[in-house]
Design a protein around this ligand. Sequence first.
Ligand SMILES: C[S@@+](CC[C@H](N)C(=O)[O-])C[C@H]1O[C@@H](n2cnc3c(N)ncnc32)[C@H](O)[C@@H]1O
Length: 292
Amino acid sequence: MGGRIAEKDNPLTVMQELYFTQFHEKVSSSKEMEKFYRKVISASGVLDMAERSSRPLTIVDICGGGGRLGHELEKEVKKPINIVNVDISNEQLRIDNGKLKIRGEMMHLPLADKVADVALLINMPNPVRVVENHLERTKPDSIKEIADNYELYCLLADARHCTVKLAVFEGLRILKDNGIMSFGTVYRGPSTYGVEKIDVPLKQVGFEIFGLDLKVAKLWDDYGISVEKPEFFVESFRKIGEVNRSSVTQCRNALRDSLESLSGSKRFWEVIGEMRRAEEAKKKIVGKIDRE
Ligand SMILES: C[S@@+](CC[C@H](N)C(=O)[O-])C[C@H]1O[C@@H](n2cnc3c(N)ncnc32)[C@H](O)[C@@H]1O
């Protein structure tokens, strides 16, 4: 995370603290999402890879949460495999009953280079999205507020692009030569993550869009991410080279600069204040309902 800003005032830390929680409880554990995880497995090419391999595959489920995908992999892959779940949340990791769970951050994975045959970034989180989401839902009541929101929106977009890029770079770093990296989530048009626009040694080997039950949209809405149409995608790539170290440094510097700009933005801290107050109010209401 950014170097010159104190950790507690680092916009990324602040946004991460406000990020949506309980994905397992609210979304992934539901029956309606089963088709999604099965599709990720069939479309990612993991089954073929496991079939051809003479040794157990190592699959790293980056931001694997409650381990829903790992659980499905254990059922679908008919050979021994090592699934490593890396997630920032102890609460989510506690739900996972898999063997290998590590607390870690997607832009700084606590794993050595080239350990994984497969790296999965499924329903990849982005802490910046939580503020973008809030901004999209606010109704500005003056031209000045529209202008301030727009300025903040641009700063957030910069920070979001850097975090996605750094997560992809990290995924590539831990991936063996010719390893597979798969992404999948709600389909929001071409370039949902924009991986193909990032200059990385990845070659697309698969892309599939599929629909899920309408009830899925409601689950995601309850989690905090609005889904207009329950359309999802899985996109897979093969690693065809190494990430240039200077690209990583450049991207880390760009993220640090954009976080510094956010840190100096009055509108950013106003929005964070609004979001914190809304969180507090929500907790009070839940507490009151629990007591009744
Ligand atoms: C939308 S859930 C997806 C979970 C899982 N991949 C799935 O599809 O079932 C996002 C997960 O990312 C984790 N997470 C959020 N920010 C993270 C970060 N910066 N680094 C690592 N994990 C993070 C959350 O704790 C959560 O478990």
